[in-house]
Design a protein around this ligand. Structure first.
Ligand SMILES: C[S@@+](CC[C@H](N)C(=O)[O-])C[C@H]1O[C@@H](n2cnc3c(N)ncnc32)[C@H](O)[C@@H]1O
Length: 309
């Protein structure tokens, strides 16, 4: 997600639960698979989608899991597709060490421990699983370059359950850009200029943010109850911290947006949606996990938003 003040490019070291001292000895990726809804189902779905791509192209693939955490998903893909090169990529010290251990005995798997933006080799499949809303603003431009016209982006995330109305959808459709300013959604160059000038934010963006926070609160209560029912207090405590991070509007390192907004973000960054999968057979207010497949859109003149990245 691009922000208008350019503050999100720094790596998130020491700012989220993945790097906090109290979680140093904990494999957060592993405990989340036990005490958090939908993550394991998402793992299984993504492994199947990568296998389908392997079958579709009929050759071994280079697959990178960006923001892989401790490498649970990368390990599953390496086991399922032993002829593929599977790269687990993260930047935080603890998950990186855990990923190195987890992948050590898998010949096709490796770990890349620098920011994704520094990786330069082409990719057949890029996965971001739970990572999109943590990655720096320019990562989609970089992803587009690495994937080229035949690459596939599998973007799965814990979104804020949908809070956009049909009227919001109409407004988003004409968005020139999708950016955050102090945590508020800005959708045109004019709105960005006004925010930069004096911090002003459109009334629409404030209303969206109010709905986002309330929708998140409902979702996180469900997630924390789910963990406590399973006696998984580590996940419950982690999620309480994540809840606080997320409902603080200006804390953009943890800022879940609605699926519709992210779909438009991908569109203005030159990606074409190929598939959308929802995880969790529940009412929409409790549907947070979506897995998308995107390809790079055929160039038809300049991509909106490209010049500013
Ligand atoms: C929510 S976690 C992802 C969980 C993980 N995908 C899993 O399946 O367990 C987000 C991860 O993104 C990583 N991250 C943040 N910025 C990054 C960057 N620029 N390049 C690579 N990874 C990054 C963080 O260190 C963190 O481990």
């Amino acid at each position: 997600m691009e922000t208008v003040d350019g503050t999100t490019e720094t790596v998130i070291e020491e700012s989220t639960i993945y790097t906090r001292e109290e979680f140093r000895t904990i494999d957060v990726g592993a405990i989340m698979r036990d005490g958090h809804p939908d993550i394991t189902d998402g793992d299984l779905l993504i492994v199947e989608r990568v296998a389908a791509r392997r079958a579709e192209l009929g050759r071994p693939l280079t697959v990178m899991d960006v923001g892989s955490g401790s490498g649970v998903l990368a390990g599953m893909i390496a086991d399922r597709l032993p002829d593929c090169r599977v790269i687990a990529n993260d930047v935080a010290r603890n998950p990186l060490e855990q990923a190195r251990d987890r992948l050590a005995d898998k010949p096709g798997a490796e770990v890349y421990g620098s920011p994704f933006e520094q990786w330069q080799e082409p990719l057949d499949v890029m996965i971001s699983w739970g990572s999109h809303h943590h990655l720096p603003h320019n990562h989609l431009t970089h992803a587009r370059q690495l994937l080229g016209e035949h690459g596939l982006l599998i973007l799965g995330d814990e979104f804020c359950p949908e809070y956009c109305t049909p009227e919001d959808a109409v407004r988003l459709k004409s968005a020139e850009v999708i950016e955050l300013g102090g945590g508020y959604l800005l959708a045109s160059d004019e709105e960005i200029a006004a925010y930069r000038k004096d911090g002003s934010v459109p009334e629409w963006s404030r209303e969206l943010e109010t709905r986002r926070r309330k929708t998140l609160w409902n979702w996180y209560k469900f997630v924390i109850d789910y963990a406590i029912e399973r006696d998984n207090w580590m996940v419950a405590i982690a999620e309480m911290q994540i809840t606080k991070d997320d409902v603080v509007t200006s804390f953009e390192e943890e800022h879940k947006l609605s699926p519709l907004i992210v779909e438009h973000e991908l569109a203005v960054n030159g990606f074409q949606q190929r598939a959308k999968h929802v995880i969790g057979d529940r009412e929409p207010a409790l549907q947070s996990f979506f897995v998308y497949e995107f390809t790079v859109a055929a160039a038809e003149g300049p991509v909106a938003g490209q010049g500013r990245q």
